[in-house]
Unconditional design. Structure first.
Length: 469
């Protein structure tokens, strides 16, 4: 493994002269801010932070790291950071936030550090929308590299399916344009294979003609409506592709700041996003309204610029860990175990999330890509806030929660997995042939594993099988 800390002051001064953005070292002003991001657990502690302002800054940082024999990590918003980089070079792309929309071609060029909210706001005046996630504060590029399951997913598929072009800086500092015609194998791997093959400085994506949706949430007290999870599962079997839905289950504390109807309750929040009229959306979700009394109803017609209100996820940085599985089916008997393993009596707070997949997500895109386990019908995640010393406890609670679901498990959803992952857990994000193909790409573009990524692909050796997906 390369030496991640071998940098002298002279080297850093030379780097600072080459880049337009700030170069930060431990103890300097803004260093901590440059390292942290939304995920507060285990922040990066690099020898150098480069706050890149463009592709040339990224190139200079990569060349500097290569000369120093140092590892490199990339961070935009910092939502998906799983393990900390110790020493080495952190490229922070938050200042690379440009978005340019071409209404004629229904595309957007998105820079490395732009959030989905910035893309949404740029596209909305043209009557267009990206395939953004449930939380618009997430970085668009990192989300897309991992696949990307958003509010329009069952109708339009993965965000990765709709990329036309990448602008990529490889570990040696080369800048290249990656397209399906020019570099088809690398284009295949970048769409779903994560940040394993270089630093994406920009991407061109397709937009869809969507201006709004009918969406929001229905909140139920699990004690009053104990069959809510099984009822949602049954309802999804007939939901049209225009309806993308999920359910989050969590105990709300009885404290100020929590909405009064939810305080002190164990709540199931059914999250709904319907592409169509309010009347049609209501017709589809009517069986859910009939489940029993609900605590809150936030459903409404809303402009896509306000799509973040559907899931209404926390927007304050915190430390958290999560595991997320992809399932062929949801076993009713397994669902019935969740209140006992993750409910109010669990030793750590757990937020359980289930998403209905299928529809366009299950269909292969026009140009194939590396997204794994498309035939999954549902995903299941368990997320917990983590305090110092709780890592092992959280891991044990999550393992107990997932155990009843193993019969139908296809693999892992890496984009929603937050925490250290070993090689086998990363491998489980893909079908075997897909992983072998990604491993060959890794051996070609980052054989020394200079890139410190959230879900690292191990480079293939000469003995690796050479079948293709």
């Amino acid at each position: 493994m390369p030496d991640a800390t071998r940098t002298s002051k002279l080297d850093v001064d030379a780097l600072a002269r080459r880049v337009r953005g700030a170069v930060l070292t431990p103890g300097s002003e803004q260093y901590d801010q440059g390292c942290t991001g939304f995920q507060l657990g285990q922040p990066h502690r690099p020898a150098v932070v480069v706050e890149a302002t463009g592709a040339q800054d990224v190139r200079a940082a990569l060349e500097f790291a290569a000369d120093a024999g140092a590892r490199v990590a990339v961070q935009a918003t910092g939502h998906g950071r799983t393990t900390a980089l110790e020493g080495g070079v952190l490229i922070n792309t938050r200042r690379m936030s440009g978005v340019h929309v071409d209404a004629r071609t229904r595309t957007a060029r998105v820079e490395a550090g732009a959030s989905w909210q910035q893309v949404i706001e740029a596209a909305a005046p043209h009557g267009l929308a990206p395939l953004s996630g449930s939380f618009p504060g997430v970085g668009a590029v990192g989300y897309t590299l991992g696949g990307g399951v958003g509010l329009l997913a069952r109708r339009h598929g993965f965000a990765a399916d709709h990329v036309r072009r990448f602008e990529l800086a490889t570990v040696d500092g080369s800048l290249r344009e990656v397209t399906p015609d020019g570099e088809p194998e690398l284009f295949w791997g970048l769409r779903g294979g994560g940040g394993n093959f270089g630093v994406v400085t920009g991407m061109e994506i397709e937009l869809v003609p969507v201006t709004g949706l009918y969406g929001g949430s229905l909140f139920f007290d699990v004690a009053e409506v104990p069959h809510v999870l099984e009822a949602w599962r049954e309802w999804t079997s007939t939901a049209p592709e225009e309806m993308t839905s999920a359910v989050a289950v969590l105990p709300y504390p009885d404290v100020e700041g929590v909405p009064a109807p939810l305080r002190g309750r164990y709540v199931a929040q059914i999250q709904l996003a319907h592409l169509g009229s309010a009347a049609e959306g209501e017709r589809v979700l009517q069986p859910l309204r009939e489940l029993g009394p609900h605590l809150q109803d936030t459903l409404r017609e809303l402009p896509y610029a306000e799509s973040g209100s559907v899931f209404a996820e926390p927007d304050q940085p915190h430390a958290y860990r999560s595991d997320h599985w992809l399932l062929a089916d949801l076993d009713p008997r397994a669902l019935a175990t969740l209140p006992g393993t993750t409910g109010p009596e669990a030793p750590v707070m757990c937020v359980v999330s289930m998403r209905h997949l299928g529809g366009a997500l299950a269909r292969p895109p026009r140009i194939p890509n590396a997204v794994g386990h498309r035939r999954a019908a549902y995903s299941l995640g368990v997320l917990s806030p983590v305090r110092s010393g709780e890592e092992d406890l959280v891991r044990a609670v999550h393992a107990e929660a997932f155990e009843p679901f193993t019969e139908h498990a296809l693999g892992r959803s890496l984009n929603f997995s937050y925490g250290p992952r070993d090689a086998e857990q990363t491998r489980a994000g893909f079908e075997p042939d897909t992983y072998r193909r990604l491993a060959r790409l890794k051996a070609q573009h980052d054989p020394q594993q200079r890139l410190h990524t959230a879900h690292p692909i191990q480079p293939a050796t000469d003995r690796s099988p050479r079948n293709s997906a």
